[in-house]
Design a protein around this ligand. Structure first.
Ligand SMILES: NC(=O)c1ccc[n+]([C@@H]2O[C@H](COP(=O)([O-])OP(=O)(O)OC[C@H]3O[C@@H](n4cnc5c(N)ncnc54)[C@H](O)[C@@H]3O)[C@@H](O)[C@H]2O)c1
Length: 323
């Protein structure tokens, strides 16, 4: 992995930002996929950003020039406290987490420590630095379980993995007195800089395979459906959440469920590719259908998705020198 920082400069990833006063913002997990796009969006707006990340899955190269990076494990409360000692922040965006459903069943204690204890430490750190707003990046895909119809925020939670259960606990922790806590439950985020090894999401993994001339591996028969949300739209949602007075839970997806087979078909059409496809058994802990009803965010004037899967796929492919 590269160790060079980079400059901010991908205008389509920071579209739709509204005029706001600049703030000092702490971003946990800002060297990761989603977090680094949030850092870009905040920097583009003129905010002063500090990143906290242990670089376990993130990359120093994802943190733009001029943004301070403190390498620290958020599950170590005293170390986190020392890393930001004396600093003042107006807001915290909490993105750091272990994120793999299957791995969470194999290493539940690690996931509990990072997601539950880590979130508690981040909330304590937010309060200690004077922050009043905390945006917590949560998950819709792993928290609702099967969603035959798109889940809304009041749908019952039925997480099938330790990852989903701990993310639900983390949501409860951010609703603490003294902070305006808002949790954004993301669908399946995709876009530039998502890892295309097994740590990544299906779109980046498929595009990586396409780039390298490898077959696409579909787990099961390809009928499993997900709600794919473009990372630039997620960044817009976080900026809107920082600027709003809303609290509680918001789904951030598209309301559209796309099957893996349909995704492969779209890749063929958008990229003119004809990939070889192979099948493997369904993985334990995977659900069949995940879809988020995003009407609450629209109704409250907070946010709505803007990027079609076709457009987002094209942008992501181009960032990987495909298409
Ligand atoms: N990518 C998605 O589709 C998706 C969907 C729903 C929710 N989310 C949530 O979005 C957030 C970011 O996920 P991502 O997909 O960008 O994954 P990612 O692995 O790219 O980002 C996570 C970041 O957190 C850092 N991190 C992990 N453990 C840490 C620790 N103990 N201390 C400090 N830093 C630590 C990693 O190094 C990495 O930079 C997570 O909270 C995840 O649960 C992601």
């Amino acid at each position: 992995m590269s160790t060079m920082a980079r400059s901010v400069g991908d205008p389509h990833l920071t579209h739709g930002l509204r005029a706001m006063t600049s703030r000092r913002v702490l971003v946990t997990g800002g060297a990761g996929f989603v977090g680094s796009h949030l850092v870009d969006a905040l920097c583009a707006h003129g905010d002063d950003v500090v990143v906290v990340d242990d670089l376990s899955t993130g990359d120093r190269a994802n943190v733009p020039d001029g943004v301070a990076l403190r390498v620290v494990d958020i599950s170590d409360g005293p170390a986190l406290g020392r890393a930001i000692e004396g600093a003042h922040f107006d807001a915290v965006v909490h993105c750091a987490a272990k994120t793999k459903v299957v791995q969470s069943a194999e290493q539940p204690e690690l996931y509990r420590r990072v997601i539950v204890d880590g979130t508690r430490n981040v909330v304590d750190a937010a309060l200690a630095t004077g922050a009043r707003d905390l945006v917590n990046i949560s998950t819709g895909g792993a928290i609702y379980g099967e969603t035959p119809t798109c889940a809304h925020e009041d749908s019952p939670l039925s997480p099938v993995s330790p990852y989903g259960r701990f993310k639900a606990e983390a949501e409860a922790i951010v609703q603490r007195h003294g902070l305006r806590g808002i949790s954004l439950r993301l669908g399946n985020a995709y876009g530039p800089r998502q890892r295309d090894d097994l740590e990544g999401g299906v779109i980046s993994i498929f595009l990586g395979a396409l780039r390298d001339g490898r077959p696409l591996t579909i787990f099961g028969d390809g009928s499993a459906e997900r709600d794919y949300v473009y990372v630039g739209d997620v960044a817009d949602a976080v900026l809107a959440a920082l600027d709003a007075s809303a609290t509680g839970i918001y789904n951030i997806g598209t309301g559209v469920a796309t099957s893996v087979n349909a995704l492969v078909g779209l890749m063929r059409r958008v990229l003119g590719a004809s990939p070889e496809v192979q099948h493997a058994p369904v993985r334990a802990g995977e659900i069949q259908r995940s879809c988020l009803d995003v009407s609450k965010a629209a109704r409250d004037g907070l946010w709505r998705p803007r990027t079609t899967l076709e457009d987002g796929l094209g942008r992501t492919a181009r960032s990987m020198h495909l298409g």
